[in-house]
Design a protein around this ligand. Structure first.
Ligand SMILES: C[S@@+](CC[C@H](N)C(=O)[O-])C[C@H]1O[C@@H](n2cnc3c(N)ncnc32)[C@H](O)[C@@H]1O
Length: 212
């Protein structure tokens, strides 16, 4: 899913902090045992998520789309001492692996797992404001997720959306429905005056949005 020149990608990966052992194991096990393993954020993007989180020092993080827990653990690295990350995963078959991975990372008291469809769960979060939201689930709902979380993010907080360059198709001639959805997402966020925004060409494109 990388859009960068493979040589540049290899160079970048050789000059980033090492992948923590627990994440290396999750990465490996996911690739051996789970279908569509390339959905996992991976070493380089994972270190980006970790660094952004450490810069924000969040008390509350919301993740939409847990998969095998890799990105949740990266983001949770930056939580304050009493901070909590809520992650939502629709596939109940991931639950036991997710719980095992959070345990292996020593993060069972920092990460709360919610199994179920994301949208009704997001609507349940009424009382508190998030410092970071990571949107990485069913791509067709990206704009719906953005609109449903924007009022639940603190001013200065981040909303991060994955895969927004969609294998480079968004700036090419592709006309398929998924590509059009990503173009619509990127176009709408670009002109949204509630937020500052920048797309990083990391992996499949990571959109960093900062609420004003
Ligand atoms: C790209 S993967 C997430 C990868 C993970 N964030 C990481 O970087 O390691 C997308 C995940 O979202 C989940 N998902 C899809 N639709 C969902 C929904 N409506 N609600 C919650 N999770 C959903 C999928 O089951 C899948 O595990």
């Amino acid at each position: 899913m990388e859009i960068l020149d493979p040589k540049l990608q290899a160079y970048l990966e050789a000059h980033v902090d090492a992948e923590p052992e627990v994440l290396k194991n999750i990465n490996r096990e996911t690739h051996v045992k789970v279908l569509k393993a390339n959905m996992l954020s991976g070493h380089y993007q994972g270190r980006l998520l970790s660094m952004l989180s450490k810069m924000v020092q969040p008390e509350r993080i919301l993740e939409i789309g847990a998969f095998t827990g890799y990105s949740a653990i990266c983001l949770a690295e930056g939580l304050t001492e009493n901070g909590v990350l809520d992650t939502i995963e629709v596939n109940p078959e991931m639950e036991s692996m997710l719980r095992r991975n959070f345990e292996a990372a020593g993060m069972t008291d920092k990460i709360r797992l919610h199994i179920g469809d994301a949208m009704p769960k997001i609507l349940e979060f009424t009382e508190s404001l998030f410092n970071i939201v990571f949107i990485d689930a069913d791509k067709k709902n990206n704009l719906n997720y953005f609109e449903s979380v924007i009022d639940k993010v603190k001013p200065g907080g981040l909303i991060i959306i994955d895969n927004v360059l969609w294998k480079g198709k968004v700036y090419g001639d592709a006309k398929d429905a998924d590509t059009e959805l990503f173009r619509k997402l990127n176009d709408q966020i670009t002109v949204d005056t509630r937020v500052e925004k920048i797309i990083l060409p990391v992996r499949d494109g990571v959109l960093i949005i900062r609420k004003i």
